[in-house]
Design a protein around this ligand. Structure first.
Ligand SMILES: Nc1ncnc2c1ncn2[C@@H]1O[C@H](COP(=O)(O)OP(=O)(O)OP(=O)(O)O)[C@@H](O)[C@H]1O
Ligand SMILES: [Mg+2]
Length: 283
């Protein structure tokens, strides 16, 4: 279990807090999505959980033990896949894995065994002799996940693992995350692909301006907004209205003369509705 307790972060020279007293827990084996606009504090929070960034206040506990930079034993349980691709482009896939293993002090025999297993699992084994530069964006992302799995972490933290990938590559990464979840690995991730988070995550948190506003199951958030959406297209704008039942939505739609569409509500609607409300947007 990950417990985040009253974490605040103010970067040197910044006038505002990047994180304002954030507290919540993530259960063992859970897939947890952190959703928020640019600059919300997602990367900062992930950095603090993995000790890359020091909090100004507060602490993080992993299985009831406080994680600090010196606790390499706890740090081994948790791996971070960063937002930006961070692999040496002149190294082969095998070399990237070996270097990471050596940095963690794993015996070479163990590194080789694990590398084969993980590269097969992540479906890049046939690329093992290629230099990273020669890999597609999707494969580079897979390699980052593969590298993170080397120490057999129980928790994997992924900061926008599918950013900039085409739909096929994205789907492959999400399939990979589903298999990690099936293995019982706890997943914490951020993404702007909210539909994908809706499918994978047991719970999601909405974060904006350093504050975590709400933590719930995706389906529960959708039900609260209203399971059915009527999109009304008028004057080059789309206005969406939400209803608890299809009947209520149909009844409303009957009285509208503009172009419209009735559909099921998604988590993305919830995100847009909540973030729009926080930004003070009007319809
Ligand atoms: N090293 C830094 N020094 C000063 N301010 C920073 C630093 N890193 C982040 N910030 C600020 O902290 C806030 C949160 O940034 P953060 O990178 O955590 O957001 P994010 O939610 O990950 O955004 P994105 O979706 O764009 O990745 C922003 O206002 C950002 O400008
Ligand atoms: Mg970020």
């Amino acid at each position: 279990m990950i417990e985040i307790k009253n974490v605040r972060k103010k970067y040197p020279k910044a006038s505002d807090y990047a994180l304002e007293s954030v507290s919540f827990s993530i259960n063992t084996g859970e897939a947890f999505g952190l959703l928020g606009p640019n600059g919300a504090g997602k990367t900062t929070l992930m950095g603090i959980i993995t000790t890359l960034i020091l909090p100004t206040e507060g602490e993080v506990y992993i299985d009831d033990e406080k994680i600090t930079r010196l606790r390499t034993d706890i740090k081994r349980k948790i791996a971070l896949v960063t937002q930006h691709v961070s692999i040496r482009r002149d190294m082969t896939v095998n070399e990237v894995m070996e270097l990471a293993g050596r940095l963690y002090g794993l015996p070479v025999k163990k590194i080789r065994e694990r590398t084969k297993e993980i590269l097969q699992f992540t479906d890049i084994y046939d690329k093992r002799k290629l230099v990273a530069r020669g890999l597609s964006g999707g494969m580079q992302r897979k390699l980052m996940i593969a590298r993170a799995l080397l120490t057999e972490p129980r928790i994997i933290v992924l900061d926008e693992p599918t950013v900039g990938l085409d739909p096929h590559s994205r789907r492959r990464i999400w399939d990979l995350l589903v298999s990690l979840k099936k293995k019982g690995i706890t997943i914490l991730l951020t993404t702007h692909y909210i539909e994908e988070a809706e499918k994978l995550c047991d719970r999601v948190a909405m974060i904006n301006k350093g504050r975590v506003s709400e933590i719930k199951e995706p389906d529960c958030m959708i039900a609260e907004l209203g399971r059915y959406t009527v999109d009304i297209f008028e004057n080059d704008k789309t206005r969406s209205l939400f209803f608890d039942s299809r009947e209520a939505a149909v009844e409303y739609a009957k009285g509208i003369s503009s172009d419209l569409k009735l559909r099921e509500t998604t988590l993305e609607d919830v995100f847009i509705a909540k973030m729009g409300a926080e930004l003070g947007e009007k319809e």
